[in-house]
Design a protein around this ligand. Structure first.
Ligand SMILES: Cc1cc2nc3c(=O)[nH]c(=O)nc-3n(C[C@H](O)[C@H](O)[C@H](O)COP(=O)(O)OP(=O)(O)OC[C@H]3O[C@@H](n4cnc5c(N)ncnc54)[C@H](O)[C@@H]3O)c2cc1C
Length: 470
């Protein structure tokens, strides 16, 4: 029976491997680093639980909950404290709670009367139908106004992509917003009318999807998937090149014991776009012309530093009850935002303490992300002093630097997506999946892993049957 090589033991690769194995397909997961989980990283230390990559997983589809049950993790699932729903956006240099109900929008101090009127006017703005791809900034200014962009969307974009609203494509980075305009002529009308259709499709909008984690953080999910895959997961084994001949892929790896190779019936690449650009792939259709992957190096991944600090509760003036705060650039702080991690999941800090997770860098200030740890702690403390009334020294401090954090689905990203389709068509049996193709969130990556497992099992099945009979 032909086996499948999976490149990358992040959540996409592990999910794909887990479901292929359950379908009876033999898998090998090659991971360049010495750990599984990719950007997911949880650390339990001194009574704190620090989460450096994603903090929560959104249940945007029933398939997410199914994975948790299939992995036997239902009893370890941790839902957030129901009182931690409040979200804050910084305005007038302090966190202002976002209105939870639509009527609250008219009384909030987050927006001026002019911005509120712009929202009321939005259903009457004509949809743009000339096919020109806009940035999210252009889209928001056209349908709402500049203030809405500067004080709300800019913060949201920093929270999701650590990105620049003037560069991110509304079509590729926020396809659901664009679809509201395309299908309903207005975002407000689409929000009101589209709920029933989403329900029919079994989808939940990201802003309404239940979010959760696990008792010991999100790292639990890749760890448990890897345990169930056992010896199939090969750490410290980067894939360097591949050759396709006679229905087989020969995958070359550079392990601790030098170079080696293995034959597989199909290969799924679940790494980052920048690493995809470095792969050398020869295929039977044109053996002397390697597959052209270098363009993927142009996909931008800005650097981000995640800084987790612990404080005594009496040293933080703000209640920190809620999910966290987003910070628009216009407010003049260096951090992009802060998650109130221990309000969200109480076991993230020792009794009487807060855990606060802040992000630095992204497209806004890329040069800050790589500063030495001590400097990062200083910057975060300085901003939190103003924003949350933090006093004294942190009781816990830890940070992780992501040199290539999140891919930017900027204007023109369609050319990379087209190229991914071309690559798969040119090299049958080679599949691309993960955050650089199917959406940047953790739930998008999981769904991408499930989807690619189905696609690969579909094409392997006839070959597996032939193998058995022939
Ligand atoms: C700081 C940060 C915060 C985030 N916060 C959230 C959040 O709160 N909510 C949310 O939904 N999402 C969040 N995300 C996004 C989400 O975590 C990721 O999109 C998702 O985890 C990506 O998973 P992946 O498996 O596709 O890729 P990755 O996690 O990047 O894994 C790819 C793996 O492939 C390996 N690899 C690459 N090349 C090779 C090779 N040639 N050979 C072998 N192995 C290779 C890498 O070593 C890596 O382990 C965040 C991301 C970051 C960086």
């Amino acid at each position: 029976m032909k086996s499948v090589a999976i490149i990358g033991a992040g959540i996409t690769g592990l999910t794909a491997a887990f479901y292929l194995k359950r379908k009876g397909v033999s898998v090998t997961v090659y991971e360049a680093s010495g750990r599984v989980g990719g950007v997911i990283q949880s650390l339990r230390k001194d009574g704190y639980l620090a989460e450096f990559g994603p903090n929560t997983l959104l249940e945007t589809s029933p398939k997410i909950g199914q994975l948790v049950r299939d992995a036997g993790l239902q009893s370890r699932r941790l839902d957030p404290d129901p009182s931690a729903e409040a979200r804050y956006v910084v305005r007038y240099r302090r966190p202002v709670e976002m209105p939870a109900k639509p009527l609250g929008f008219f009384t909030t101090e987050l927006f001026s009367l002019k911005a509120k009127l712009a929202v009321l006017r939005e259903p009457f703005i004509k949809p743009r139908r000339d096919g020109v791809e806009e940035s999210i900034a252009q889209f928001v200014v056209r349908r709402f106004n500049q203030e809405f962009l500067d004080h709300a969307i800019d913060a949201l974009v920093a929270g999701i992509y650590a990105g620049d609203p003037y560069k991110l494509s509304v079509t590729h980075a926020f396809p659901k917003l664009k679809a509201l305009e395309d299908n309903y002529g207005s975002m407000i009308k689409g929000q009101l009318l589209g709920g029933r259709e989403r329900k029919k499709r079994g989808e939940v909008a990201k802003d309404r999807a239940p979010k959760f984690s696990f008792d010991e953080g999100l790292q639990v999910l890749p760890d448990v998937l890897a345990t169930q895959l056992g010896d199939a997961v090969k750490l410290y084994t980067p894939v360097t090149r591949m050759l396709e001949t006679d229905d087989h892929w020969t995958v070359h790896t550079q392990g601790v014991n030098g170079e080696s190779c293995a034959k597989h019936g199909a290969v799924i690449f679940c790494g980052t776009a920048s690493k995809l650009a470095e792969l050398k792939i020869a295929y039977s259709q044109r053996p002397n012309v390697p597959l052209e992957l270098s363009a993927f190096a142009e996909i931008r991944y800005p650097p981000v530093a995640s800084v987790v600090l612990g404080f005594r509760r009496e040293d933080v003036a703000h209640s920190c009850s809620g999910f966290g705060m987003l910070i628009p650039k216009i407010e003049g702080f260096k951090i992009l935002g802060t998650i109130f991690s221990s309000s969200l999941f109480p076991n993230r800090a020792p009794a009487g303490h807060h855990t606060l997770t802040s992000y630095i860098g992204g497209e806004r200030y890329p040069e800050l992300a790589s500063l030495p740890a001590e400097k990062l702690y200083e910057i975060v403390c300085e901003d939190l002093r103003v924003l949350l009334g933090v006093r004294g020294q942190p009781t816990f401090q830890h940070c992780v630097f992501y040199p290539h954090a999140i891919p930017q689905y900027n204007v023109g990203y369609g050319r990379f997506k087209d190229l991914m389709n071309v690559v798969e068509a040119q090299a049958p049996g080679f599949f691309l999946a993960g955050h650089y193709r199917d959406g940047v969130s953790l739930s998008d990556s999981i769904l991408s892993g499930i989807n690619v497992a189905d696609r690969v099992a579909g094409i392997l099945q006839p070959r597996m049957d032939t193998d058995k009979h022939g």
